[in-house]
Design a protein around this ligand. Structure first.
Ligand code: IMP
Ligand code: MG
Length: 189
């Protein structure tokens, strides 16, 4: 059972759920008239696969007429626990022209992912681009890029759960947790 791989719970599912509800009401306000025109196009752009769980909870609390267009970025190939530079793997962006975009990711760490994606999205001439992450990592060297909405600030440690992975595992854990050192391979620990 993967529960035996957990070292400690940093953010419980109850706290996540309360915070997602708060973010959803803030986003709903900002994407509704008079802040955006009543007939605006709205597109939510989750960065796969990490944002999948967060975004699926979030969109179900947005009572807006919206579309979802996914993007896939690879920055932590395999068992790496530090960013290896973001690379766009797949995009599905037909129809974002003139749309108000909300780019959703699991975590802001080095900022490489958002630095890659924001200009790329802007090149499609959307009406606006806003960004939302569940977590912001407090690094010694800050990301030099910020987001419009975030759920929680966390210390500079490797976490999994609620969509975040280690070697593509643990995304299905309902809480944000750290892993026991012996399940993270020694070369990355
Ligand atoms: P950035 O490009 O360095 O800002 O990192 C963003 C991406 O790195 C996220 O979308 C995650 O996929 C991954 N990432 C960063 N920190 C962690 C972590 O602590 N656990 C799991 N994935 C992480
Ligand atoms: Mg990711």
């Amino acid at each position: 059972m993967i529960s035996s791989h957990i070292d400690r719970v940093l953010i419980s599912r109850e706290r996540i759920s309360r915070r997602v509800a708060e973010l959803a009401s803030q986003i709903t306000r900002d994407f509704s008239p008079p802040r955006v025109a009543a007939d605006s196009r709205i597109t939510i752009v989750p960065v796969m696969t990490g944002a999948m769980v967060f975004c699926s909870d979030l969109v179900r609390q947005l009572p807006l007429r919206l579309r979802i267009s996914t993007l896939r970025v690879s920055s932590y190939p395999g068992a790496a626990t530090s960013s290896q530079g973001a690379k766009l793997v797949e995009a599905q962006l037909e129809g974002i022209v003139d749309s108000h975009l909300l780019l959703v990711d699991d975590i802001l760490d080095s900022g490489n992912t958002l630095r890659l994606l924001i200009p790329m999205l802007q090149s499609y001439k959307p009406a606006s681009v806003r960004t939302c992450v569940l977590l912001r990592k407090k690094r010694e060297r800050p990301a030099e890029i910020d987001v419009d909405y975030y759920g929680f600030d966390i210390p500079d440690e490797f976490v999994v759960g609620y969509g975040l992975d280690y070697d593509d595992f643990y995304r299905n854990l309902p809480d944000i947790v750290s892993l026991k050192p012996d399940v993270v391979s020694p070369k990355d620990a």
